[in-house]
Unconditional design. Structure first.
Length: 464
């Protein structure tokens, strides 16, 4: 793989980068100061110092962990020239669609869809909004290079390059397969459509009992009722002010999904217990998240349902002035509505529980916690062939999602056939896939250097 000037980045963080806000960054201290400011700004909403400390300590684990927690830096670097996107790409029409917004190797996995089928698909849309398709491709491809050093076995640079190119080729081939037809609107990546490593992993997920999530988070108390398991260190009691906010605005959620509620048992959404979710995610640490236990289809305790109520923030891509905010401001009703629209556009057969809870000052997305939710960590991959399978189906999942979220979904957002526009661009842009691989490899080097600078900032106590 051809490497640019970023290939000379040392693990000590000494580098030369592209322009930052129109100015050249001539030494590592300039970039380090930039990181200090931007990381502080991005986490200023976190009022609990213990949560901030927890988040920063988790970011110290690896460059990959740092990457997951700093999606805002990715979009800044797309804007400031650190990632040198060809000008031709930025001026081409009909290449926008709804994006994952934070597509990396741990934001795709298994869960059950609304028909009860276990599927492999995109699973996180907190940062979703409309943008050029290559933003998702580049972020995922970069994560392949960062994943390389997290494996318990050796993956060579050439093999990582091969995985990156395979991902991009599979994405293009999948778009081609659905261009000119509506195949993406009905396809589901279930047991019938996957093979190899992903098929084996799906078998393990399917073998779970439907009570898996309930068993993990709840217990039956002495009165025979189900409640949250307060011995679980990842749960805590909801404080009185937050409880008042949830209880006082629960009706807004039920009203939002009223078309579904009317067809279910009268007591289905009766609340049995609530808990605050702790230590969850990396990018979302500090965001308010609650679990709500509801009655479910019958009065029996074995079919109770768990809902996640998660505060939504404005997508990170809004730091990039290339992102047009007009649709967000004029056609969407805030952060949780944006995430809900993204889920329904990008996924197939979305959970009927999904809705918006409008709190007093915060906007929450509510969705059911799937008993079959399962992601893949570096330790799960034991060979290059495992990664080949994973990358192949990740590319297919993303291509189907991008394709179904165009005019097939709601033409008020995307009014054209995205597949046709993207495929024409890929054909016209010189060496598109090779360029993405080069940019991703270089940006992985940048992330590694930024990670070392972050460790330095932590050591010097320069982050709040």
């Amino acid at each position: 793989m051809k490497r640019s000037a970023l290939a000379c980045i040392s693990m000590a963080g000494i580098l030369m980068t592209g322009p930052l806000n129109g100015l050249a960054m001539t030494n590592s201290s300039t970039r380090t100061d930039h990181l200090q400011q931007e990381i502080s700004n991005a986490n200023a909403y976190i009022s609990d110092n213990t949560v901030n400390t927890e988040k920063y300590q988790a970011m110290e684990d690896s460059p990959f962990a740092f990457y997951r927690a700093t999606n805002f830096l990715y979009y800044q670097d797309l804007d400031n020239g650190t990632i040198q996107i060809p000008n031709e790409w930025t001026t081409t029409n009909n290449v926008d669609t709804w994006l994952s917004g934070d597509f990396h190797t741990q934001n795709v996995g298994f869960f059950d869809n609304d028909e009860g089928d276990i599927v492999f698909d995109l699973n996180d849309f907190d940062d979703s909004y409309i943008g050029p398709f290559y933003w998702d491709l580049l972020r995922y491809t970069t994560s392949i290079y960062l994943l390389k050093d997290q494996l318990d076995w050796s993956l060579s640079q050439a093999e990582a390059d091969d995985l990156a190119m395979s991902f991009l080729t599979e994405y293009q081939d999948t778009l081609t397969s659905v261009n000119g037809n509506a195949g993406e609107t009905s396809v589901k990546m279930d047991k019938a459509t996957v093979t190899g490593f992903i098929d084996d992993e799906m078998d393990d997920v399917i073998s779970r009992d439907a009570s898996h999530a309930l068993d993990k988070w709840t217990v039956i108390n002495s009165s025979g009722n189900r409640q949250f398991d307060w011995s679980n260190p990842d749960l805590s009691v909801v404080d009185s002010s937050d409880l008042a906010d949830l209880e006082g605005h629960w009706s807004s959620y039920l009203q939002d999904i009223s078309d579904k509620v009317s067809s279910w048992d009268t007591h289905y959404f009766d609340v049995k217990d609530r808990a605050r979710r702790l230590h969850s995610g990396l990018g979302s640490l500090g965001v308010e998240k609650y679990y709500v236990l509801i009655e479910g289809p019958t009065r029996a305790t074995n079919d109770d349902q768990l809902l996640e109520v998660k505060e939504q923030l404005k997508p990170n891509m809004f730091v990039n002035p290339l992102t047009d905010a007009s649709t967000y401001n004029n056609q969407l009703n805030g952060t949780a509505d944006t995430a809900r629209v993204a889920y329904k556009g990008l996924q197939d057969q979305v959970d009927d529980h999904m809705g918006v809870l409008a709190g007093g000052s915060k906007s929450y997305l509510v969705r059911r916690i799937s008993p079959w939710k399962h992601g893949l960590d570096p330790v799960d991959f034991n060979s290059k062939s495992d990664l080949d399978s994973f990358v192949k189906y990740s590319a297919q999942a993303l291509a189907y999602a991008h394709a179904r979220a165009d005019r097939d979904y709601q033409d008020q957002f995307i009014s054209y056939n995205f597949e046709d526009g993207a495929l024409q661009a890929i054909d016209v842009w010189p060496q598109f896939k090779t360029t993405v691989v080069d940019l991703a490899g270089d940006y992985a080097d940048q992330v590694n250097a930024d990670y070392q600078s972050f460790l330095q900032l932590m050591q010097e106590n320069r982050l709040p």
